[in-house]
Structures are given as C-alpha cells and as structure tokens.
Design a binder for this molecule. Structure first.
Ligand code: MN
Length: 160
C-alpha cells in the first residue's frame, strides 16, 4: 500500500503534479491543510482517495479540522498542527498524540519536514510541497509504504 502525504500546497500544484507523476499509482493521498479550496483538484490529479483536513488558511472551508483514520494496522491523527503550537516545538502535539493513543501523528503548518520515529509513536510532517521553509528550501513530501508484513516505512522525498 502506497500513501503520499503532503501539506501546505497553498494553491500551487506544479510540484505536487511532479510528485504524483514520479510516484506512480497511489492508494491514498493525505493532505494536512492549507489547500485553500483546491481539494477537488488535488483529488482529481491524485487519482486515488484523498483524506484532507483544514489548515489555518482555509478560512471558508467546510473540511474537518482533524481526523483520526486507520491505515493498515496504524491509527493515525491528521491535524494541521496550529492548535498545538507546532511552530514553537513538538511537545504539545506529541502529548496529544499519546493521550489519544494513536500510532502516528501527521501534521503540517511549519513548512519544515519532520520524521521522528519514537518507540511508541511517530511524528511526521511532510513539509510544504509549495513553500518550503527548512534550510535549503527544497519542496518536500512524505511517502508511507506498507509492506506485506504490515509494517510501514517512511521516506522523505525532495523535489529539485
Ligand atoms: Mn501553510
């Protein structure tokens, strides 16, 4: 099972189109907010189901603010992250994920990728596919693949 995780596209889809073309057939696309009304377009180009939540720039959106979904045997919290002050650090979102008992917390908002695989929980931020802010400022997204043993592997991917 192949899952693409993106965030903070802010109505710029060139890099997202490149990423989709590069990865080939997907089983699921996850968007962690700030699509700014482009969710139908994104679902169309993904060619697979889309799980999406609203971000702090989705003012008029009727998307859910957060979701808990299952991917394989993993329980996953999808949240943009601004409710947990992720710009200041991961402490609050980590606590929220642990209190909900999820296996993976996926968030965005900072436009900086994070992949922190702890013993009890995974913190994952794919960065921004459109407006990266980490050092080097390359657009990023994350791939999650579930193998035949049911285990997930995560890969941070960069667009040059
Ligand atoms: Mn954003």
């Amino acid at each position: 099972m192949k899952v693409m995780i993106v965030s903070d596209s802010h109505r710029q889809h060139g890099n997202l189109e490149k990423a989709i073309e590069r990865e080939g057939r997907l089983d699921l696309m996850i968007h962690l907010g700030d699509a700014e009304g482009s969710e139908f377009y994104i679902e169309q180009i993904a060619g697979c189901p889309l799980e999406i939540i609203s971000g702090n720039n989705d003012f008029f959106s009727d998307l859910a603010r957060e979701k808990e979904i299952s991917i394989g045997r993993y329980k996953v919290l999808l949240t943009h992250g601004h409710y947990y002050n992720v710009s200041l650090g991961p402490e609050n979102i980590l606590e929220e994920g642990r209190s909900r008992g999820v296996d993976i917390v996926m968030f965005g908002h900072t436009h900086k990728p994070v992949l922190d695989i702890k013993e009890d929980i995974v913190l994952l931020n794919p960065g921004s596919i459109s407006y990266p802010r980490q050092e080097g400022k390359k657009p990023t997204y994350m791939m999650m693949e579930i193998g035949e043993d049911g285990n997930a592997t995560f890969t941070l991917r960069t667009i040059e």
